[in-house]
Write a protein that binds this ligand. Sequence first.
Ligand SMILES: NC(=O)c1ccc[n+]([C@@H]2O[C@H](COP(=O)([O-])OP(=O)(O)OC[C@H]3O[C@@H](n4cnc5c(N)ncnc54)[C@H](O)[C@@H]3O)[C@@H](O)[C@H]2O)c1
Length: 356
Amino acid sequence: MQSIEVKTERPYKVKIGRELIPRIGELSAEIHSPCTVLIISDKNTAGFYMKEVLESFERSKFSILQYLFEPGENSKNMKELTNLLDFMAQNAMGRSDMIAALGGGVTGDLAGFAAAIFQRGIAYIQIPTTILAAVDSSVGGKTAVNLPAGKNLAGAFWQPELVVCDCHTFRTLAREELSAGAAECVKYAMLRSPELLFSLTESGLNSDWEDIIGQCVSYKAQIVSRDEYEQGLRMILNFGHTIGHAVERLSGYRIRHGEGIAVGMSIITRAAEKKGICESGTSQKLEAALKAFNLPTSSCYSAEQLADAALYDKKRRGDKITLVLPIKVGNCLSKDIYIQDLGEWIELGMGDRLCR
Ligand SMILES: NC(=O)c1ccc[n+]([C@@H]2O[C@H](COP(=O)([O-])OP(=O)(O)OC[C@H]3O[C@@H](n4cnc5c(N)ncnc54)[C@H](O)[C@@H]3O)[C@@H](O)[C@H]2O)c1
């Protein structure tokens, strides 16, 4: 089992390995005395793993509550959050109790935000069961729900007390979900590691996920430890996300988060290359990696539609927006541009318009 420390104000460990779900109670008891634990999960993930998680917490003398919701991005909203908070209050949960988020990024973001605001903040642990949640959303304490105006617009920074990633859970993931998670791994490769990009391109869905998750989480832990509240350095992790979120929103969240950022990374890399900021051939390498996972590199939306939708992004500050631009594989930088120039950047990187 790998154990990676995230050195935030309240430090915590990310444990990565196999067969960790049966040990979840024991691992939780090491950091939190037995209390009521509310296990939050979508109905799909719960069908696979809830029983094992329940039994493990019971063995370690925790009292248990469960809250289940419909799977998918459309559950990450204020209505579901209110129902969840109400459920916690009705069941007399208190400040010494704990939440366990069992599932993908939707579960982690929703459960984490509930933990952040219930009675001004209670403890929670993340049990990621998708690759996307394992490499990204379960680590770093960004929690949020979507508003009708855009992605993740209501949220808080609230770090978990523990993250337990059991790579054995990936065996039940649909192929499209594995690929969507791989998009975030490709993002980390573009930020810091040509070797990782090469390995992902060569191995595709047969990649050694335990090793890759360890590499990505180590990097994210370093960045988050230095800039917990995204004042500067951490913004680099948003590579592909401004346009990616726009794609997701325009599709009514039919397009997965990972698929959206695959499109976002592709558009911005082609644009950076055409502007002479990025080494020639970079977008070709990026697209080869994305294609190894059957991920999209363009969408059916126009540059104008994408630019309009991207204006609701959190990275907007007044009349400027921060873009993350690759210089070459393994090296990216943040750059503020004027909002009125965003459409031109997107137009430049559009590629073929394709509806999948
Ligand atoms: N907080 C952050 O820092 C951060 C970072 C990246 C992404 N996100 C958010 O994460 C979300 C996307 O996460 P996601 O891709 O994990 O989506 P998700 O949580 O919707 O999970 C995808 C699907 O996989 C199913 N599933 C989960 N685990 C499974 C398993 N082991 N076996 C079978 N099915 C399983 C779920 O039921 C769901 O249908 C987006 O809302 C995105 O905004 C947050």
